[in-house]
Ligand binder design. Structure first.
Ligand SMILES: *Cc1c(COP(=O)(O)O)cnc(C)c1O
Length: 381
């Protein structure tokens, strides 16, 4: 059995090595390292796949969020609503732009932003909502969009963990996450569902004017070469990464299916363990399992983590410290500061290995190791 990892980018690469190596060699031969043909091809291919008019590639997912916010002409002090239970990048760029992150609570079952909490947090200074499609499942976008429309707010979807996920509206319409709000942002960090072999990111929008502005911002505010109309930044997707992503985009559906298969196996195995709550699937969303995250009850989580580690099984706590408890936000006194669901989850979540290369032996070993742990627990009680 291969050693078990949270993600196995190495074996994934070995399975597509010839194709990837050739694509890399082509870029090396072309020496078009910046804005080469594969960058254009990739953004076109990704637009087609997602069903969105405009895809602007950039250097990473954090930049994607930052550029999205820069494009909306937000002013210092404007309030941006975002969940506390997320990766830090989402809230960090808000603060970096001198905007005010207003944290809100998440739903205990889906881990995603609570629409009721969003509604409660809106003030006259609120300008945007940044929902996060956490762990591969969509935030409740229909409700979020309804709130945004009623209050005239922008919506920036943080789609870094859910590329390929389908959102199902109540009328049956299906849209890919990242294409529903004003702007969508994603990351191609190597461990993401669509991962490059280095950093990468992209921004999505259906609005042509906004797309042009985003494009300018990502390229030093340039309208044509050496003419800089607005202050921007330098955020590009390398040609090498685009060439690799072009290959991996064709496999994304297959990759997401492989993740779902692992998740289904886990679900069945854990159904009989009362201390384990398997990931809840929201009715309105597909789940592409960027993470397979359990919520444990009546369990010594550290002891279980150690038990797994003793059997060479990695596991992770995403996230051990919610954004509202991070030191960097000590001086932001805005809105609510009490998030019982977020704190409750922070103490109980545990993410298990889930990736595209997992085989049945590995999943079986993980589930039986966990089942044995809980069996022995009840014997000793
Ligand atoms: C990974 C991630 C980001 C940041 O992406 P980078 O490419 O690492 O900058 C932002 N938000 C979420 C939710 C993420 O998981």
């Amino acid at each position: 059995m291969h050693p078990i990892q949270m993600v196995d980018t190495r074996n994934q690469y070995l399975n597509i090595k010839v194709e990837v190596d050739n694509a890399i060699q082509d870029v090396l031969d072309s020496t078009a390292f910046i804005n080469g043909e594969p960058v254009k091809t990739f953004s076109g291919n990704l637009s087609n796949y997602l069903g969105i008019e405009h895809t602007i590639p950039c250097a990473n997912g954090t930049d994607a969020l930052q550029i999205a916010m820069m494009a909306l002409d937000l002013q210092p002090g404007d309030e941006i609503i975002t969940p506390s239970f997320t990766y830090i990048a989402t809230a960090e760029v808000i603060a970096l732009l001198r905007l005010k992150p207003v944290f809100v609570e998440v739903d205990k079952e889906t881990f995603c932003i609570s629409p009721e909490a969003v509604e409660d947090a809106i003030t006259s200074k609120t300008k945007a909502i940044v929902p996060v499609h956490l762990f591969g499942q969509a935030a409740p976008m229909e409700k979020i969009m309804d709130i945004a429309n009623r209050h005239n707010l922008y919506v920036i979807e943080d789609n870094a963990q859910a590329i390929g996920c389908n959102y199902i509206f109540s009328d049956g319409t299906v849209k890919k996450t990242g294409t529903i709000g004003t702007i969508g942002a994603t990351s191609f960090y190597p461990s993401k569902n669509l991962g490059a072999y280095g950093d990468g990111g992209a921004i999505f929008t259906a609005d042509e004017k906004l797309a042009n502005k985003i494009n300018m911002i990502a390229n030093h505010g340039q309208s044509k070469r050496y003419y800089h109309d607005i202050v921007g930044c330098n955020s590009r997707l390398d040609t090498l990464q685009a060439a690799i992503l072009n290959i991996k985009l064709q496999l994304l559906e297959k990759y997401n299916e492989a993740r779902k298969k692992v998740a289904a196996y886990y679900d069945t195995a854990f159904a009989a363990i009362p201390q384990i709550n398997i990931p809840v699937r929201a009715r309105y969303s597909d789940h592409v399992f960027h993470q397979y995250t359990l919520v444990l009850s009546d369990t010594n989580r550290d002891e279980l983590i150690k038990h797994l580690a003793d059997h060479k099984i990695p596991s992770m706590i995403y996230y051990p410290v919610p954004a509202h408890r991070q030191k960097m936000f000590d001086h932001f006194q805005s809105g609510n500061t009490m998030f019982p669901n977020t704190d409750w989850l922070t103490e109980r979540v545990l993410s298990l290995p889930v990736h595209t290369e997992m085989n049945e032996n590995q999943v079986d070993f993980i589930t039986s190791t966990i089942i044995n742990y809980f069996k022995n627990k009840s014997y000793t009680k």
